[in-house]
Design a protein around this ligand. Structure first.
Ligand code: ADA
Length: 563
């Protein structure tokens, strides 16, 4: 997988980036007409990774579309066909044979193919990005754009060896004061003969663990190891020390990076390596007018550089699992991330549907599996602004909290609430996250009064301000500060509230909504989203800074008392 470092030296990886044949299927005829083996000639070409909504003619298309490409196999025992993310349902065929399907738009999946012939193979993907109110996550009601496509890299791995590391999970923590690595691997024998070989783990080239394993023909086994690394430096935002771990099984290997650090909750505080965390963060959608969700790597890096130069140290990946390369960069830069699944703005009625609970739980599990090794992730968010003030919401939080705690006991969990004064689910999570748009949607209470009331409700639990902000249309300038939608008004609301939050000691921090303007649903939010954009960005969608950007930078970096 494209990461900021190489993830294997043992597998031949072919990236599927390039122009793929593409055709929409609004009437869902493709399966019946056999497009998986007989692709229609009337197709277009689109770039993968990408979303179709940035292509001329497909701006607002929501529904089914088909993609086709081909790749060459040189020589191997098996193939892993891998996708970084496809929104949202993908059915995949190889040479006309169905490999399988995957649901969940922001998470990776792969298929293992045995004994592939050494020749060119045809790969066809049917993508369905339909959103509805009864089964999809995200649902049809959302404040970001319903982009569709194969929008993160796809790649093929040739597995030429006897052994295969089917999965690897690493967690760097601190146990009884000692940096400790937890490892879990699934190891497969790809041959039809018994296989006896070593599984080893090395950290920065030094062997920490070696064991001899014997596998039956075509068998898969699971192994775990807990390894002390007493001389490891701890990871922190100030000193983001990373270590490279190489897992080897026979001649196969996988490489991952870890950082050792400990997160704990104590009274109103969240502690990182024993010190109180203070989060000054911002939200960022993976969005750009020319690229949609498929934001190119150099732009992601530049976004993070701007976040750093604003004096911020934290990011909430609103509202879906991030591109892994962004998380790699946050690991390297010491940016503290909350990651969440796209269960956003669901009503009690929707939350009561068993398909929603099942899908949400599966997504949460898959997100944690994928990202557990990232030291930058300090908490998991179970959902955003759903009706957690209802019994149905409580039941879903309870289920998701159990999934998260079972999959990763090392990190605190939360969810973002928009009705904090009536929420009934806070007792299920480790800290409380509240979203509040005082000065934009609500005017009946001041921020201090609001936070005092929440503090009285939640007692000693840590409190995070999950979202606050105001809209400012780039270029709309006014003499008076009090004219809504102007850059001046946005600057005033964001800076006044940031100043207040900086001084409030009983919160663990805040995440400003949001880094850059993001495309929204023009129909659903027709009145509140001029230009069909959520305009609460500190920058516009092309990353032109608004007045609030400079004022906030001055405030947070103490350049002068800017706001
Ligand atoms: C909510 C939601 C965000 C965004 C924001 C807004 O807090 O979580 O995604 O929609 O409101 O701008 O209204």
């Amino acid at each position: 997988m494209h990461r900021t470092f190489r993830t294997t030296t043992a597998r031949r990886q072919t990236y599927l980036d390039g122009y793929w044949d593409f055709i929409t299927d609004p009437l869902d005829q493709g399966v019946d007409q056999g497009w998986y083996s007989d692709f229609p000639s009337a197709s277009h070409q689109v770039w993968v990774p990408g979303v179709w909504n940035t292509q001329r003619g497909f701006l607002n298309y929501e529904g089914i579309a088909w993609y086709r490409t081909s790749f060459e196999v040189i020589d191997c025992r098996a193939l892993a066909i891998c996708f970084g993310a496809v929104t949202h349902l993908a059915n995949v065929w190889l040479d006309g044979e169905l490999l399988g399907e995957h649901y969940g738009g922001f998470l990776p999946f792969s298929f293992l193919v045995s004994h592939p012939e050494c020749r060119r193979h045809e790969l066809v993907v049917r993508v369905d990005n339909t959103h509805d109110l009864t089964g999809t996550i995200p649902s049809a009601r959302l404040d970001w754009f319903k982009y569709g496509g194969i929008f993160r890299p796809g790649w093929v791995e040739e597995l030429a060896h006897d052994g295969y590391i089917a999965s690897l999970r690493l967690t760097g923590g601190v146990e009884d004061g000692t940096p400790t690595l937890q490892a879990a691997a699934e190891l497969t024998n790809l041959t039809e003969l018994p296989l006896e070989t070593d599984w080893t783990l090395q950290i920065d080239g030094r062997t920490l663990h070696r064991e001899k394993l014997r596998l039956n023909p075509l068998d898969t086994i699971q192994r775990t190891a807990e390894l002390q690394v007493p001389d490891a430096e701890l990871w922190s935002p100030q000193q983001p020390q990373l270590y490279t771990v190489t897992s080897t099984f026979g001649s196969d290997n996988l490489i991952e990076r870890v950082g050792f650090r400990q997160i704990s909750v104590q009274g109103t505080q969240v502690l990182l390596n024993g010190q109180p965390l203070r989060l000054h963060g911002v939200h960022r959608h993976d969005d750009h007018p020319e690229w949609g969700f498929a934001v190119p790597e150099p732009l992601t890096l530049r976004d993070l550089e701007m976040i750093g130069s604003l004096g911020l140290n934290a990011l909430r990946s609103a509202h879906y699992p991030s591109d892994q390369r962004l998380l790699d960069l946050c690991d390297e830069r010491g940016i503290m991330v909350i990651e969440e699944i796209p269960l956003s703005d669901f009503s009690a009625q929707q939350l009561a549907l068993s398909l929603i609970g099942d899908r949400a739980s599966a997504m949460l599990w898959a997100m944690i599996q994928r990202d557990i090794h990232h030291p930058c992730i300090w908490a998991w968010s179970l959902l955003n602004e759903c009706e957690t003030n209802s019994q149905e919401g409580y039941a879903v939080v309870e289920r998701l909290a159990a999934t998260a705690r079972e999959t990763d006991p090392s990190r605190p969990i939360t969810f973002a609430s928009r009705d904090a004064l009536n929420d009934i689910s806070f007792e299920l999570v480790d800290f409380v996250t509240v979203n509040s748009f005082i000065g934009w949607y609500t005017f009946d209470m001041t921020l201090p009064a609001f936070l005092d009331r929440i503090r009285a409700r939640i007692g000693d639990k840590p409190l995070l301000i999950g979202e606050f902000g105001a809209e400012g249309l780039y270029g709309t300038r006014t003499l008076e500060e009090d004219i809504m939608w102007s850059e001046e008004y946005q600057r005033k609301v964001v800076c006044e509230q940031t100043k207040y939050l900086l001084g409030r000691r009983d919160i663990i921090g805040f995440y400003i909504w949001q880094f850059a303007d993001s495309r929204s649903d023009g129909e659903l939010y027709a009145l509140g989203r001029p230009r069909s954009y959520n305009n609460k960005g500190l920058l516009d969608e092309y990353r032109h800074p608004k007045l609030v950007y400079y004022a906030l930078r001055d405030l947070l970096t103490n350049a002068h008392q800017g706001c």
